[in-house]
Design a protein around this ligand. Structure first.
Ligand code: ADP
Ligand code: ZN
Length: 367
């Protein structure tokens, strides 16, 4: 049965306010609302290849009821698609098919397609309306909100990009029915991050993932949970649209996580697994630097995580070197987002390698 619940979150930016709508089978209605019931003469669609295989019929039929012409670019799954080559291919589809500044680019997929498609919309004709339709839990609660778009360069990830806000975000949970388990885990880690830095009630809400397989989570409750997460991200982004300060708290667990991802290779550890371990380490480091974190609120979720990496493969020295390579670093210390107490994140510079070593140990104990 389709979830009746539907939620809306306004996302304010300096330029405009847009809506994020969350619900089940809501794409058609959301598009109608966005265009006041009128249709477009054409729409551009940038869609992840797996999503196209699994949900393409549905997406095409919804778009076809809103526009007489649809021009599509399919994006191969995987980080390698955040490339100048695919960016150019997408631009070709737009510019060779009569793109105008009032024709939306509808981007359907996870973070990879979202980042690329967002950058295409940002750069074509100096900006075309962007409609994000995130299809992974991670993209729904995180990457589709906040206006970061971009592609990779051989010198590093996300080095080419722009802040560009969508006109609409449609988080339709019916896409999640086909999402593989490891992708649910990726989303869960970011959700637990919001619980840790902002809203304790999210820890309780996440019990929906403990009762059965994650994909069987109660849809009504899932919609409310996604809404809470989007609201938090929207609030943080509103206060710090261009990432000059507060937005850093969204990196809770991520300093450790990025070191793990770099060291293990992105294919051996997923972002979500690395972030979960990173949050455990960050909690430990918080305690070691004087915070009072009573009970480890992440504990109940540990059983959902399994790892292909063995602790014997990891050397703390190397991991720390990755953290030291952080470009934002100014002195010898490493900058972390830690917790003063639950839901009270602080930025702390930590120099003492012994403390960092002890924090890593907590993550290694999971492996
Ligand atoms: P993320 O949102 O985690 O950054 P990606 O864009 O890398 O994710 O997508 C992760 C993987 O999930 C890709 O292989 C993509 O094709 C696939 N995917 C995305 N959405 C769905 C979905 N709704 N059902 C099944 N697979 C999906
Ligand atoms: Zn993350």
């Amino acid at each position: 049965m389709k979830a009746e619940g539907k939620a809306e979150v306004p996302v304010s930016t300096t330029e405009s306010t847009y809506k994020a709508v969350i619900g089940e089978q809501i794409l058609a209605d959301a598009l109608s609302d966005f265009n006041d019931g009128r249709s477009w003469d054409k729409l551009f669609l940038i869609i992840d290849e797996n999503v196209e295989k699994l949900h393409g019929d549905h997406v095409y039929s919804v778009l076809a009821s809103h526009a007489s012409e649809i021009h599509t670019q399919i994006i191969p799954a995987g980080e390698a698609s955040k490339s100048t080559d695919l960016w150019k291919q997408c631009l070709d589809v737009l510019l060779e098919n009569g793109a105008r500044r009032n024709i939306p680019v509808v981007v359907v997929g996870g973070g990879v397609t979202g980042d690329l498609g967002g950058f295409v919309a940002a750069t074509a004709l100096r900006g075309m309306p962007l409609i994000h339709v995130p299809t992974t839990l991670l993209a729904m609660v995180d990457s589709s909100i906040g206006g970061k778009t971009g592609i990779n360069h051989s010198a590093g990830k996300n080095l080419i990009g722009a802040f560009y806000q969508p006109g609409l975000v449609v988080a339709d949970i019916s896409f999640l029915e086909t999402l593989p388990e490891n992708e649910w885990i990726n989303g869960l880690s970011e959700i637990l991050k919001y619980a840790a830095i902002r809203d304790d009630s999210i820890f309780d809400d996440c019990s929906i993932f403990l009762e059965d397989e994650m994909k069987n989570a109660d849809p009504e409750k899932l919609i409310l949970l996604i809404r809470k997460c989007i609201s938090i991200k929207a609030d943080v982004v509103k206060q710090d649209e261009y990432e000059s300060g507060l937005r850093a708290i969204l990196n809770f667990g991520h300093t450790f996580a990025h070191a793990l991802e770099t060291e293990c290779g992105y294919s051996r550890i997923s972002h979500g697994q690395a972030v979960f371990l990173g949050m455990l380490a960050a909690c430990k480091l918080s305690s070691l630097t004087g915070s009072d974190l009573k009970d480890q609120k992440l504990d109940p979720f540990r059983s959902l995580y399994t790892y292909a990496v063995d602790r014997n493969e990891l050397a703390i020295k190397k991991l720390n070197r990755h953290m030291m390579a952080d470009k934002k670093r100014t002195g010898p210390a490493i900058r972390f987002v830690l917790l003063e107490s639950w839901q009270h994140p602080v930025l702390k510079e930590v120099e003492d390698e012994d403390l960092i070593r002890e924090a890593w140990q907590v993550a290694f104990d999971e492996l």
